[in-house]
Design a protein around this ligand. Structure first.
Ligand code: 7TS
Length: 406
């Protein structure tokens, strides 16, 4: 399969935006969806839409098989030991909030520490801030080095025997930094802390093996990996999940309900209160089939090449500052002279090029970078060098336009 074959599988790419063929460079916000995923959703709603786990009727059984089959696809995709360790959530945000609200509230107290980094997305900051406020625990930040990476020496110096939770991105949505999760997990475990990984930007782009990483929790979203919105996963080690209380109560998650007491279903269903995300999970399963057919190694290599090409091309643009290390995932976050990133994104949009501008839900990181906002181009399997060329040409035009205006 070459890139053109892959592009042809994404119907949305075949359109003009503002009179120019679309160049979609905002996959870190959400990826586009291939025909196979759109068809899986369409088929579910047209042919076997039904609730799961309850009816014995044929459609109900088919929907249950589709939903639970998707769980097995996720299990295999991240190499979890068992489907009991794969909980469907609304996305990364809900998964991280579940860990903070359930594990965190039960296990942290005054004097304990939570360690995160300056490069976190808001959804991996605020749940821990709230947890710290509720329990009296202290929230600590691992420093970043000048190039936006983390040094293991700093990790050793920051995590202590009082640390109960260490949480961080595998891949930064702003800097593209790829954190040494396996090594950091070892250090966290040495001090008796659990390791929580925000995998929103890693899982779509590289092979992830939760057993090899040995992390205790791992969160990610389907919509950034060719799947539908509204569904994601919380992976957790079984022996930890078993001792955690659900955070949502109601239908589907109960075993027995009495007037004043109730008991919960076994894993993973005790964490899936209410009618689950049936269509979403089935679409997610189709997305995993699609990514596996292409191959995660191939996806990672392709994006690496594109990111390096983009870095090279941007280095030719006078006044362009790119943030983050050179060894990075498939995205480039940048600013151009004094042009506001929203102006950059607006002019690029007029040329049919979609990039993101703003704080990227990482305001503490913006503060660390000493900027109020940046622009970002992020790549996926359907992007090619021509996309990068169009992006850079449009950027040069933007820069020249604004230098004439001011
Ligand atoms: N963590 C990281 C590292 C992310 O990049 C995002 C979304 C999330 C968590 C939250 O994921 P959600 O699916 O629960 O919303 N990141 C972005 C972004 O970079 N631009 O838009 C959304």
């Amino acid at each position: 399969m070459n890139i053109q074959d892959i592009r042809d599988m994404f119907p949305i790419l075949n359109q003009e935006v503002n009179g120019n063929s679309l160049v979609y460079l905002d996959s870190a916000a959400t990826s586009q969806k291939p025909t196979s995923v759109i068809e899986a959703l369409d088929q579910y709603y047209r042919q076997y839409n039904s609730n799961v786990h309850r009816g014995v009727h044929t459609l109900g059984t088919k929907a249950t098989d589709g939903y639970e089959g998707a769980r097995e696809k996720v299990r295999k995709f991240i190499n979890a030991r068992s489907t009991e360790e794969v909980i469907f959530t609304r996305g990364t945000t809900t998964a991280l909030n579940t860990v903070a609200a359930s594990y965190g509230r039960a296990n942290l107290a005054e004097g304990d520490e939570i360690v995160i980094t300056y490069m976190e997305h808001h959804s991996n900051i605020i749940p821990w801030q709230q947890l710290a406020k509720a329990t009296g625990a202290t929230l600590k930040y691992l420093p970043l080095q000048e190039d936006g990476t983390i040094s293991l020496e700093d990790v050793e110096n920051t995590i202590t025997d009082n640390t109960k939770i260490v949480s961080m991105v595998y891949v930064s949505n702003v800097l593209g930094t790829i954190n040494p999760i396996k090594e950091i997990t070892k250090i966290a475990h040495k001090h008796g802390a659990v390791m929580v990984v925000d995998g929103a930007q890693s899982t779509p782009h590289m092979k992830v093996d939760v057993q090899d990483l040995d992390c205790d929790f791992y969160a990610f979203s389907a919509h950034k990996m060719c799947g539908p919105t509204g569904v994601g996963v919380l992976y957790g080690k079984k022996h930890i999940l078993e001792h955690m209380e659900p955070v949502e109560f109601g239908g589907e998650m109960i075993d027995f309900v009495d007037l004043y007491e109730s008991t919960w279903k076994e894993l993973p269903w005790k964490f899936e209160g209410g009618t689950p995300i049936i269509a979403g999970a089935i679409g997610f399963g189709a997305a995993i089939d699609f990514l596996e057919e292409i191959g995660l190694d191939k996806i990672e290599a392709h994006e690496h090449t594109l990111a390096q090409y983009a870095l090279h091309r941007l280095s030719e643009v006078d006044g362009c500052t790119v943030y983050g290390p050179s060894k990075r995932a498939g995205l480039v976050t940048f600013n151009v002279n004094d042009v506001h990133p929203h102006d950059v994104a607006t002019v690029l949009d007029a040329d049919g090029i979609a990039v993101r501008a703003g704080h990227h839900c990482a305001q503490p990181l913006m503060k660390w970078l000493n900027v109020s906002a940046t622009a970002r181009a992020s790549f996926y399997i359907y992007n090619n060098e021509e996309d990068v060329d169009r992006f850079v040409s449009s950027l040069i035009k933007t820069k020249e336009y604004f230098s004439n205006v001011f």
